[in-house]
Design a protein around this ligand. Structure first.
Ligand code: SF4
Ligand code: MG
Length: 314
């Protein structure tokens, strides 16, 4: 059982993701990286498939990590992590190294996890490699200039989903459900999966430790507000992360050996309109689109089994 962190004041002081990188001010994924690296500590190896957390972190051959890190293609984070994990297992078994088995963490964006990177992520989790697969979700392909991804919410503009006369709501599809896919949809080796948010850092850090403590694959889906892609002021990242949870645009729960626990549960959900009006990517939405989004949230709360009073669909 890993040591759990009780409060932010008791979090380890030592940083393994250091200042000096080139992510945007208020970058949610950078905050996630800092907290995850803090929780996992010194004996950690990161695999970084292409995404903002590769591109913006590695300008001019410099990187902000104080632990080993390697790049992978956006397609193959899961495969590279599998190889590193098996190489360590084998070298330890054969007595070629005296090291303790490291924390192996694949830090993939939404594209590198659930879209372009899906086959390698799925295969890694299906085969049962001892890796924590983190999906830092900023809800777009951000490093190439904010293109739509399967995690972009219904109604959001991106470079590829502008609002226009044909499709006034901008993106017309609802997002994929990665937790259902990896922790319920045919990946039996995954004994631990969770969602988390940079707005709830203690919950996030403890889930990193829990996932790493399981032998075999673990999955962590972290919502990370992106000021550039979502169009909001850089000092509102944490506020927006909280509002996402309070409106049901994000649910925080874990699946441990098939048992679901809601770790952060609002007393009632606020209307999604409160969330939508904080971000430029939703500024074109009409009442009927907001109603459609609210209906989706309400259905989702019921689908995942969170019993909470829901706002009316107007
Ligand atoms: Fe971070 Fe978004 Fe900027 Fe990328 S585009 S560095 S995810 S804030
Ligand atoms: Mg992304």
């Amino acid at each position: 059982v890993p040591e759990m962190i009780k409060s932010i004041a008791q979090a380890p002081e030592k940083e393994y993701y250091l200042p000096g990188h080139r992510t945007c001010a208020g970058c949610g994924p950078a905050l996630a990286y800092r907290l995850i690296a803090k929780a996992s500590g010194k004996n950690t190896i990161f695999i970084g498939p292409t995404g903002c957390m590769y591109v913006a972190n590695t300008s001019y051959a410099c990187g902000p990590w104080a632990v080993p890190w390697t790049h992978a293609q956006i397609t193959n984070g899961g495969a590279v992590a599998s190889g590193i994990a098996e190489a360590f297992k084998m070298m330890i078994k054969k007595g070629k190294i005296q090291d303790e088995y490291p924390n192996i963490i694949c830090m993939a964006g939404d594209g590198g996890s659930i879209d372009i990177g899906l086959q390698a992520a799925s295969a890694m989790m299906y085969r049962g490699h001892d890796v924590l697969f983190v999906m830092y979700d900023n809800e777009s392909y951000a490093n190439t200039g904010i293109q739509v991804s399967p995690m972009t919410p219904y109604g959001a503009t991106t470079m590829f989903t502008p609002s226009g006369p044909e499709v006034p709501e901008a993106k017309k599809f609802f997002p994929k459900d990665p937790m259902a896919l990896f922790c319920g949809g045919g990946h039996p080796e995954v004994k631990y999966g969770a969602t988390a948010s940079v707005a709830y850092p203690v919950d996030l850090m403890n889930k990193v430790r829990k996932g790493l403590a399981y032998e075999g694959p673990a999955f962590l889906h972290v919502q990370c507000p992106c000021p550039k892609g979502w169009t909001f002021p850089a000092d509102k990242t944490v506020e927006l992360g909280k509002l996402a949870v309070e409106t049901g645009m994000w649910f925080i729960y874990e699946m441990e050996n098939g048992v679901k626990t809601f770790n952060i549960k609002p007393k009632q959900l606020k209307p999604v309109e409160e969330y939508v009006q904080t971000q430029g990517r939703f500024s074109h939405l009409k009442p009927e689109h907001i109603a459609k989004l609210q209906a989706w949230i309400n259905a989702r709360a019921q689908f995942i089994g969170m019993e909470v009073p829901l706002p009316p669909v107007r």
